[in-house]
Design a protein around this ligand. Structure first.
Ligand code: UDP
Ligand code: MG
Length: 313
């Protein structure tokens, strides 16, 4: 019987300090699995350090390696997307380059896959070594996302997951730009199962997700999977209008049944500023959706591969 091919997709952005160790651990895992074959798909997301040179060496020494190099930094989610598009395995596994997702969990994923599950997603049961700020914001984000989203997205999952070829083929047909891959995988359905694992600390180097990228990532997640912010904007407008009506009625009553008008300009300014603020926020929410529609309308390619090394297609 022909052996099944498993693709390991590794997005790398400025990971020169870890990439050799990551390859070593992945290769050790691949060599220990006798009943399937492996390919390594490294996607260099426009690294500005020596990551690509390290990957070149790896590709030169291991026939199972495919290296895709982006023309610039397109972001983690697009790097993962390119890996999914180019992988040729019967199953595709997404794994971070920093060894926070332990490769030793992969055999368990493979077992669940062979049992008939088409997606095995890792759930972080424990995240040592992360800052309290990151833990707290991540906790909040996944709960908010689930509250807002129409597609249930499992709590505390990352991109560390195994996907069957049938799932990958569907994912490849989705052309949306502001990608939130873990949400897309939930959206496509199929037989999915959670696999709890202990997330390790970063092997070396620092996080490639500064606050700015984290916020962008969070808004992609929410906006791509929900129109509820628009409804909330409408609700806020209705609430303000209601408040203003109550104010008008009160002012009229004071005049009609009393002997004075409502005094002072402070109340006027506060009301104007308040309403102005609410309107700007609502316009901003609207703008986020329109901006994304505009970018999608341009239909530019999602990423640009400037160099391809190793395994032929
Ligand atoms: N990454 C990437 N492009 C980016 C940022 C990150 O390909 O613009 C990769 C990075 O090399 C790593 C993975 O995405 O393999 C996760 O990034 P990181 O570990 O820095 O994020 P964290 O675990 O701190 O959330
Ligand atoms: Mg990490």
């Amino acid at each position: 019987m022909e052996k099944q091919l498993i693709s390991l997709v590794v997005p790398c952005f400025n990971e020169e300090e870890v990439i050799d160790e990551t390859y070593r651990r992945l290769a050790a895992l691949a060599n220990s699995q006798v009943d399937c074959e492996f390919e390594f798909v490294f996607v260099d997301d426009g690294s500005r350090d020596n990551t690509l040179q390290h990957l070149r060496e790896i590709a030169a020494n291991d026939q199972r390696t495919l290296v895709l190099s982006f023309s610039r930094n397109f972001g983690h989610q697009l790097a993962v997307t390119a890996g999914i598009d180019e992988a040729s395995g019967n199953a595709v596994i997404l794994i971070d380059a920093d060894l926070q997702d332990p490769p030793e969990v992969i055999p368990e994923m493979l077992t669940l896959w062979r049992d008939g599950h088409q997606v095995v997603y890792g759930v972080r049961s424990d995240r040592p070594g992360e800052s309290p700020f990151k833990l707290w914001t991540a906790h909040l984000f996944y709960r908010l996302l689930n509250y807002l989203s129409d597609t249930p997205i499992p709590l505390d999952t990352g991109d560390f997951r195994l996907m069957d070829r049938s799932v990958v083929n569907v994912l490849r047909t989705l052309t949306e730009r502001d990608r939130f891959v873990r949400g897309l995988v939930s959206w496509v359905g199929f037989r999915q199962i959670a696999l709890p694992y202990r997330r390790s600390e970063r092997f070396a180097g620092t996080t490639k997700y500064p606050l700015r990228k984290m916020l962008r990532f969070a808004s992609d997640g929410i906006i791509s999977f929900s129109v509820r912010p628009l409804r909330i904007a409408m609700l806020a407008g209705t609430l303000c209008a209601g408040l203003a009506c109550a104010g008008i009625i009160w002012a009229l009553c004071v005049r009609l049944f009393g002997h004075t008008w409502v005094q002072g300009w402070a109340a006027t300014i506060i009301a104007v500023l308040f309403l102005g603020g609410v309107q700007l926020i609502c316009t901003g929410i609207l703008g986020e959706y329109i901006g994304r529609t505009y970018m999608q309308g341009k239909d530019r390619p999602l990423y640009i591969i400037s160099e391809r090394l190793g395994k032929p297609k």
